[in-house]
Write a protein of this length. Structure first.
Length: 196
C-alpha cells in the first residue's frame, strides 16, 4: 500500500504536467524577423526567431512556427502625430499576442465583439518594431536622444541642449549645404530666396 506522501507526490506530478500542457499553447511574446512589408495595409509578414520544441511520444524535436502573415505593426503614435517608418526585410521585432481574437477590431476599430473564441493565438499578433539582437546593434550616442540610421552616419541628435543634424540636409527639396541665393546685395541688404 502506498503512503499518503507517495500519493501526494503523484498528484503533484500530475497537476504539474497538466499545468505545463495548458501553458504550452499560450502565446505571449516572441522575437521575430520581418519577411515582407505591406505599405498599403501597414502590416508585416514575420518569421518567429525561436523554434518550437515539440514532444512526440517521449522524444523531443524542434520545428519552425509557420510564417505569421498580415501582422499589424506598432509605431509611436499619439495626439495626432506618428513617428512612421517603412520596415525592411530582415528587421527584427517583438511579436506580442493578444488575449483574444482581434479581427473585428482590426477591421472596424472602436469596441467590437469577438469574431472567434480563440485566445493567445498566433493569428492575433502585433509586431513591435525596434528590438534587436546583439548581432544587429545600431550605433547609438552615449548620451542624449537621437533619430538616425543604424550606422549613425545621418540623423538628428539632442545632447546637452544642443541639436545636431548630421548627413545631407534638404530644405524644400534643395540641399542646404550647397545652396545658392538669388539677388545678392552688399551692405545691409537682404538676399533673395534659395535658387538651387
Amino acid at each position: 500500500m502506498r503512503t499518503a506522501d507517495e500519493r501526494t507526490a503523484d498528484m503533484s506530478s500530475i497537476l504539474n504536467a497538466m499545468g505545463d500542457s495548458v501553458l504550452f499553447d499560450v502565446r505571449v511574446a516572441m522575437p521575430g524577423i520581418v519577411e515582407a512589408w505591406d505599405a498599403e495595409q501597414q502590416t508585416v509578414d514575420v518569421r518567429l526567431a525561436i523554434r518550437e520544441k515539440v514532444s512526440n511520444g517521449g522524444s523531443e524535436s524542434e520545428t519552425e512556427i509557420p510564417l505569421l502573415v498580415d501582422v499589424p505593426v506598432i509605431m509611436p503614435r499619439a495626439g495626432g502625430y506618428v513617428l512612421g517608418f517603412s520596415p525592411c526585410v530582415g528587421d527584427e521585432c517583438l511579436v506580442v499576442f493578444a488575449d483574444c481574437c482581434i479581427d473585428s477590431w482590426w477591421q472596424s476599430g472602436g469596441v467590437q465583439s469577438q469574431a472567434d473564441g480563440r485566445r493567445h493565438d498566433l493569428s492575433d499578433g502585433f509586431a513591435i518594431l525596434g528590438c534587436w539582437s546583439q548581432q544587429n546593434k545600431p550605433e547609438l550616442p552615449e548620451d542624449g536622444v537621437c533619430l538616425q540610421n543604424d550606422e549613425g552616419t545621418a540623423g538628428i541628435s539632442i545632447i546637452d541642449n544642443v541639436v545636431n543634424i548630421f548627413g545631407t540636409v534638404h530644405i524644400n527639396g534643395k540641399s542646404y549645404s550647397s545652396h545658392k541665393h538669388s539677388g545678392v546685395t552688399t551692405g545691409s541688404g537682404k538676399t533673395g530666396g534659395v535658387t538651387s
